[in-house]
Design a protein around this ligand. Sequence first.
Ligand code: XIL
Length: 326
Amino acid sequence: PPYLNELAAAEGKYFGTATDQPGTGEDTDIIYQKILNGTIFGQVTPANGMKGMNTEPELGVFNYTMGDVVVQIAQDHNKILRCHNLIWSSQQPEWLTSENYTWTRETLLPVMENHIKTLITHWADVCHAWDVVNEAFASNGTLSASPWLDVIGPDYLPLAFQYAHEAVQSTGKDIKIYYNDYGIESPSEKVDAVYQLVRDLQAQGIQISVGLESHFTVLDPNTFEAQSAVMAGLQDLGVTFALTELDVRFPTLPPNETYSYEAQAFRYWESVSACMQYSGCEGITVWDFADQYSWIPATFEGEGEADLYSADYTRKPAYYAVAEAL
Ligand code: XIL
C-alpha cells in the first residue's frame, strides 16, 4: 500500500496520527504497533497523555510519564511530535475547579504561566508544535465556557500565547504555538474570531499557527471549497496551519442502510486535497487510525467507523483516497 507519510513528505508536509497510550489496548496490539511504528505515519500526537489532568495532577507537581510514552515512540521511530494541549476547558487538573481552592485572577495567572512554561521547556527538544489553547471559541465567535475564562477573564487567551511565546523564545527552538479548534473548517463567525486572534497577537509581535481539528461526518457540508476558503484566509495572514485531528464518522444509520465507504473516502480526499494546495499547511494528523480505538463511539452515541482502517485492519477506500490526494 502507499506509505502516506512518504507521499506527504515528497510535498514537504507530514502525515500523522494521534495515539492513546498506555492502557487503551493499543500498546499491546501487535498489528496496531507495527502500523504505528512504520513509515505510514510520520508524525504522532498523544491523544490524552499531555493534557492538564495528566501533566499537572497536583498543583505545582508535574508528571511526564504518560506524555513520555508518545515522546518515546516519536524518538524511536523518527517521527515529528505534535504536543497537545496546554490550556483547555476539558480534562483539566482537579485543582482548577476544586472547592479546596478559591482562585482569583491574581492567584491563577501565575499558575497558568507556570503550567505553560514548565511543559514547553521540559519537552522543548521534542515538540515540533504545541497546541497552546484548545477550543476557546463558541460557534458565534464569543469565548466559550472555561474555568480559565471564569477566573482570569477574556485575556486568558492572549496571555496564554504570550507565556507560550516567552517560553519558546527562552528555549531558542522553533516550536510552533498553535490555537486549535473544531468547527473552523468552513467560513463562519468562529473562523473570523480565530483570524482576529491571529491579528491581535501579530500586533503584539507573537506569531501563532492554527489547527483545524477537522472532525467531520459523512454528511457534513464542509466542502473542498469551504475548507480551501478558510485555509486561503490563513495563508493570507501569513500563518502556518495544519489539519490536527481529522476523522470522518458515520451518523447512526437507519435499519438496512450500510456504510458508504466511498462517501467517507471523498470527505477525506476533500480535506487532504485542500491542505495540499497551500504552502502554509504543514501537514495532516488523523485522530487515531483504527476504528476500535477511535474516540467517536464513546463521545457521539451510535456514531463511529470514522477511521482509515476497520477494526480488523482492512484499509478502507478512505485510505486510498488520502493517498491519491497527497
Ligand atoms: C479526545 C480523546 O481522543 C479521548 O480519548 C478523550 O476521552 C476525550 O478527548 N478535540 C480534542 C482532543 O482536541 O483532545 C479530543 O480527544 C477530541 C476532540
